[in-house]
Write a protein that binds this ligand. Sequence first.
Ligand code: ADP
Ligand code: MG
Length: 262
Amino acid sequence: MAQTASGSKADVVVSLESIEKSFGDTEVLHDISLSVRRGEVVAIIGPSGSGKSTFLRCATLLETFERGSLSYGDLEVVQSGVDGRAVYAGKTVQREAKSRFGLVFQNFNLFPHYSVLRNVADAPIRVQKRDKAEAERQARAVLAKMGLAGKEDMVPCELSGGQQQRVAIARALALNPDILYFDEPTSALDPELTQEVLRVIRDLAAEHMTMVIVTHEMSFARDVADRIVFMADGYVVEEGAPDQVINNPQHERTKAFLAKYE
Ligand code: ADP
Ligand code: MG
């Protein structure tokens, strides 16, 4: 992939501009913008109910938003039309956009009756129409990288929560996405299992995988993120370098939130 000067448009993997989203009469995202460059790790923090999941769901086309725009690289998925109203591109563009990201949820969402290997290799084979042997070879390699060599023939319920989440990460990686989104990937896990999942995400960060991570793990966010976004009540209250946001927050709301983690 051609590299251009850092910060140039060609380097932007995803760009969301002025997103507004309502459920019924209640607006839950107010003018949210986020743009992520290749290799960047962004952590989104904030109290429960602040709109973090809804924002990720909008970015990944699981929810529609009413105003604003969304693009993946040069692919304009949602354009801001008259009065900023969101105009969605057709199915082909949306499908292409969906092939550019992977998503890891809190609750793993594995297929319970598929083997670990099939959980990882199924979408590459069926959706991406890749050669079965090649896709399975890559799936084994990604599983090994997640510390799961030897578990290929097990089913998810035979694994610990931490192992299941690492299968979910392997599944997302097997589709060779440009960017990975994580929505509280360790919230369902005990502390020891949390650490093993955070470790593989740290390894991905060290390899410059582009990631957006919603997390309540503040020390992890500080270590791994290039940028922290603090959301509250559907607004981005504050964002910046981890050191700035976590160690020297400017807004009262951010200070009050972080005080709970000290
Ligand atoms: P967070 O992930 O930061 O905890 P959410 O994005 O889940 O926040 O929720 C943001 C707001 O949107 C909350 O007030 C929540 O109740 C509301 N909300 C989320 N999903 C729905 C939905 N499907 N229908 C109605 N309201 C929703
Ligand atoms: Mg959430």
